[in-house]
Design a protein around this ligand. Structure first.
Ligand SMILES: [Fe+2]
Length: 372
């Protein structure tokens, strides 16, 4: 018997043997583990919109490389992880899952795993910052913010060497951390030009609403999820809310979510202000070392950079270019690719004395759209 592999269901063939059950995003088992694919079974799997399958790998199947998907980071062996293939699908599924959490008190854990797998894949396969969602007109602020803070949390958790099971729980906690926000009247956080004290007090209630929402969920839950919803605005120096908890009462996953939530919120455009450039946002986080865990800030800088890969920048000599590489030990001096004298050149600012990044060019576009 061969090893198992996860494949795109578009490459199903008759004769393939399932190594895990084929389960829809709703949790319906369409075909059990050990089933051999037949044409009717393939049709049933397609009808159930199951996008990936774990099958017994057999060289005789001649599977092309593009059919193979990474193993599920969040798999617990139940095979119930949904596959999310695009940012649009992520947003759509995220909206559906969050609505069910709030209205029906149910969490579609299979889809949450799929959402986490998507983030993990993006973290592994390209520059982190370029994977973030910025001002996607199809998604509202909450869903984009949830994506960005979840993806950053996964990146930091992995950079800290957390085992996959802990990263999976960290993702779920980050995914649910602002579940209270959609329950705050939308006009308070969407169109508000600066927060009045009254609106701020109303918005701050989202942490308690989120905590209660997760506590009411049916089925198995991890206490970390509710704690993250309640405590992600707490700060290490006791200056946060709602309870001014000090550092020793804030476990590492919540510290990670706090940092990533704050950075993600700053770099997002809002109705009342443009996005804060990522270098300014990161410097602001670094300046708040009393509020955030320093080791976690260091991991975020390591994974994202101060001048993230993919951003367009203007240098101190007026030349513009794109950040193509960061030096982890010297994040203020990245490598820039720019056209100079009609030629594309790489400029390593760590080696160029007197040359520096003057600013990141945002200009209303998302930095991810500024990719070379
Ligand atoms: Fe929040």
């Amino acid at each position: 018997m061969g090893a198992n592999c996860t494949i795109d269901s578009a490459y199903m063939k008759t004769g393939m043997k399932l190594a895990r059950p084929a389960v829809s995003a709703r949790g319906d088992v369409v075909a059990p583990s050990g089933a051999v694919l037949t044409t009717p079974l393939i049709n049933a799997i397609m009808d159930a919109n199951i996008l990936s399958l774990c099958v017994v790998d057999d060289p005789a199947l001649n599977l092309p490389p593009e059919s193979r998907l990474d193993d599920d980071l969040l798999s617990d062996g139940s095979g119930s992880s949904a596959v999310i293939a695009t940012p649009d699908a992520w947003i759509g599924e995220s909206r559906r899952v969050m609505t069910a959490v709030i209205r029906e008190k149910e969490l579609d854990l299979g889809t949450v795993r799929g959402l986490g797998n998507y983030c993990s894949d993006r973290v592994k396969t390209g520059p982190i910052f370029s994977a973030l969602m910025m001002n996607d007109p199809t998604a509202n602020y909450i869903h984009q913010h949830t994506f960005n803070s979840s993806l950053l949390s996964v990146a930091v958790g992995e950079a800290m060497g957390l085992p996959p099971a802990e990263v999976a729980e960290l993702f779920a906690a980050a995914f649910l951390h602002d579940i209270g926000m959609p329950q705050v009247p939308e006009h308070m956080w969407v169109h508000q030009k600066g927060l009045t004290n009254m609106f701020r007090a109303e918005i701050e209630k989202h942490v308690e609403m989120g905590y209660r929402t997760i506590e009411r969920l049916h089925g198995d839950t991890n206490p970390l999820w509710a704690a993250a919803a309640r405590d992600h605005h707490e700060r290490m120096d006791g200056s946060g809310y709602p309870d001014k908890k000090p550092a020793q009462r804030l476990p590492v996953p919540i510290r990670i979510i706090s940092v990533c939530d704050a950075y993600a919120a700053m770099i997002a455009p809002r109705a009342y202000r443009p996005p804060i450039p990522p270098d300014r946002a990161m410097k602001e986080i670094i300046a708040r070392q009393n509020q955030f865990d320093r080791q976690i800030i260091g991991r975020l800088v390591q994974r994202v950079g101060i001048y993230p890969v993919g951003c367009q920048v203007k240098l101190s000599d007026g030349v513009t270019g794109a950040v193509v590489e960061n030096h982890p030990a010297d994040p203020l001096h990245p490598v820039i690719e720019a056209v100079k004298s009609g030629r594309t050149q790489k400029i390593d600012l760590a080696k160029e004395k007197g040359l520096a990044v003057a600013e990141i060019i945002v200009e209303g576009k998302s930095p991810s759209e500024n990719l070379p």
